[in-house]
Design a protein around this ligand. Sequence first.
Ligand SMILES: [Zn+2]
Ligand SMILES: [Zn+2]
Length: 456
Amino acid sequence: MTGGGQAWLIRNVRPLGGAATDLLLSDGIIADAGSGLTAAGARVIDAADLVALPGLVDLHTHLREPGREDAETVQTGTEAAALGGFTAVHAMANTDPVADTAGVVEQIWRLGAQAGLCDVRPVGAVTMGLDGSRLAELGAMADSAARVRVFSDDGRCVSDAVLMRRALEYVKAFDGVIAQHAQEPRLTDGAQVNEGEISGLLGMSGWPAVAEEAIIARDCLLAAHVGSALHVCHVSTAGSVEIIRWAKSKGWRVTAEVTPHHLLLTDELAVSYDPVYKVNPPLRTQADVEALRAGLADGTIDCVATDHAPHPVEDKETEWQAAAFGMTGLETALRVVHAATVETGLLDWTGVADRMSARPAAIGRLDGSRPLGGTTSPETGAVPVHGRPIEPGSPANLVLYDPATSSIVDPAEHASRSRNSPFNGMVLPGRVVATFLRGTPTVLDAKIALDGKLTR
Ligand SMILES: [Zn+2]
Ligand SMILES: [Zn+2]
């Protein structure tokens, strides 16, 4: 389904929100760009007033398969991804079994290829079984058909400094990166909401900013000490932004992500006691939201990552203390970023393309600048490339977005198997109209585009 086949002519689209032009997609690439293109046999899309962005890349998705197919499957999760404009997602390792061996990461990678909706890049666990005591088979996962380059115990923190140092040293051999869920466990024992005014008001156990910041500071120092690459997951506090800014000023190899929900929502929502707002790390204060937005705008925070964390109703619609941590996010991410950064004047569409496609692709080693060796696509035999500019010769990974519309979020309409969206009932701007993966539409008219290969 990738590569050859049907050509598409997209008329009057605005790449990165700029001047309208036509794009011809053929043989899996952007074959031509310019006004008044014609192509015999091509299907035509009238894209007047739509913005074209490079296909979005998510560094942080929980697809739940294997083991929690009641929450999400690779099929439903990648449908959600495609509907959100994503052409590649990194699938976190906290599945059952944990993705800590070559066998499990290859299984997840194959399920993604079978679904065919976006490239699924498995994240490997740092420690066996996420137990925090023994390193997983990092080299075997890197050498596997899945070519793993991002490793994380996400959901848990690699809190042992010696183990974190060894993991950082180990991945240098194959240009890997350790993505840390920064949470000092002893400082967050039993924590429920951000430590501050709201935790005091609600009488709930507080989650101090220092529990995140202390780990980030330690890990930046470790990464510098061993000369390796650290990626900080879901940065949530103003202090964390300051530490990362300092680490980058030293020239250290530190990158960071922020979630859409931390860019828009605050801990005041917990006053409702609705566990849909329970998330790890917790929603913070308005001052933190402002600092995260500013950090994303000035590039201190490299990218947006969804931390899409689907949970079935029985794990979320319960009392706060018993509810699971996590929020869905794939289908709303671009719209939330639109509201938080474009409508506020902090980023233009060029900036959004950078923070949601080019930079996460580079961090995930998918931008084509570092050949991974071997093959990672059973269909094309080629290493998938994402985050490239919208110009002739680039892979035809694209999202067409209508920025002028708005609508109320209704998770019942989402393809995700779970419904735990904190944006339920909110009016958000924009709409993903179409998504193309290597020239083949995965989404048309804001619906999954079924071709011969796709089954629901
Ligand atoms: Zn996490
Ligand atoms: Zn996560």
